[in-house]
Design a protein around this ligand. Structure first.
Ligand code: 5GP
Ligand code: MN
Length: 338
């Protein structure tokens, strides 16, 4: 692995480099925020730079500065492929395994560009030439902020970039409440506000931007689909295909649903199963000593962080939930009072 500072020097000398920034499937606030911040920074430096997203993203992010520039691989396949194949450098943000971005990942793996990984998830795959990676941070947005400061100083952060970076840190920390948040995080965020991020406006855009149907859907799920297993401090919720259709659920609308389980006193592990037709998509969240990533890796072909992980299953919704409940007692040592 080469030193990322050497990359800055090379890029400083090669102003005509073609750059692509990409991120994970269904980008969240951190994925999109870090990508758009880096895009604006590199553009301000005069580079030919594009953001290519593997898929679309939620309406709660469709206000972010310069998001209209994002090229959706599913919608503009030829253009996206051409940009990737012509790129000299590809920044891979907020993910660390090319197979997780499906077909776009194969194109990236085989293209001539040098790859730079900026990420905070566990177990990075080896596909990059440069890496700025740690799990000891709040978000990829925070890492992008550090990269920009290392490269050109904090003065290089404009209001658009500050807004995008703030959004990434805010969404990946549950609005600054996870235990990844440190005094350093708050110092970074203070700097971002000074540079033009409007904190109250950003919260409103991200959290108060949903449809009436989506709120009714949450009410329905909480009233009918949430089950608790108090002796194992666990909450589990499942959502059918029909329910997604009935409430016209869009990309991004189910984000955060898994967290409701953790808001119940005494609950330390929450699981959400959603029937996405081709697959059952599962989210896990923990607030105590339960290793969500290990659980997901061992049982649901997934992974992620200790407190927030995801996985999938090709079983039916009912089978996946039944299997979950069947396995759970094996993890009693993490979940029951001793
Ligand atoms: P979410 O529940 O929001 O889909 O995912 C939570 C976290 O787990 C994210 O950090 C995400 O990157 C990770 N994650 C979600 N699904 C998978 C998966 O299938 N495999 C791996 N390795 N990580 C996942
Ligand atoms: Mn992230």
């Amino acid at each position: 692995m080469q030193d990322i500072k050497e990359l800055f020097q090379r890029l400083d000398r090669q102003a005509n480099s073609k750059i692509v920034i990409t991120t994970h499937h269904k980008p969240d606030g951190d994925a999109l925020g870090s990508s758009l911040a880096l895009w604006k920074f590199l553009r301000n430096q005069g580079f030919d730079v594009h953001v290519v997203s593997p898929t679309d993203y939620g309406v709660h992010l469709q206000w972010m500065p310069n998001q209209e520039q994002v090229i959706n691989f599913e919608m503009a396949y030829n253009r996206a492929k051409e940009l990737v194949e012509q790129a000299d450098f590809i920044f891979c943000l907020d993910f660390n395994a090319l197979h997780r971005i499906n077909e776009l990942g194969d194109i990236i793996r085989n293209c001539k560009a040098e790859k730079i990984m900026i990420d905070h998830h566990q177990e990075p795959e080896d596909f990059d030439q440069y890496r700025y990676w740690t799990t000891q941070t709040t978000s990829t947005a925070q890492l992008v902020e550090e990269v920009i400061v290392m490269w050109k100083g904090a003065e290089a952060i404009d209001a658009d970039m500050a807004t995008c970076l703030y959004t990434g840190i805010m969404t990946d920390t549950g609005s600054f409440r996870f235990d990844t948040v440190t005094p350093h995080t708050h110092r970074t965020v203070a700097e971002l506000i000074e540079r033009g991020a409007q904190n109250s406006f950003i919260h409103q855009k991200v959290f108060d931007n949903f449809s009436y149907d989506r709120l009714r859907f949450i009410g329905h799920c909480l009233a009918n689909n949430l089950e608790i297993i108090p002796e194992l401090k666990t909450a589990v919720m499942s959502v059918t295909r029909e329910e997604l259709q009935e409430y016209k659920i869009q990309t991004g609308d189910t984000e955060g649903l898994v967290n409701y389980g953790l808001s119940i006193r005494g609950i330390e592990f929450s699981a959400l199963f959603i029937d996405r037709t081709k697959l059952i998509k599962i989210s896990f969240r923990g607030s105590g000593k339960f290793p969500c990533n290990e659980f997901s890796r061992d049982n649901f072909s997934g992974g992620g962080h200790f407190n927030a992980a995801g996985g999938q299953s090709t079983e039916t919704l009912k089978e996946a939930v039944e299997r979950f409940k069947h396995i759970l007692p094996n993890y009693k040592k993490y979940l029951a009072d001793d």
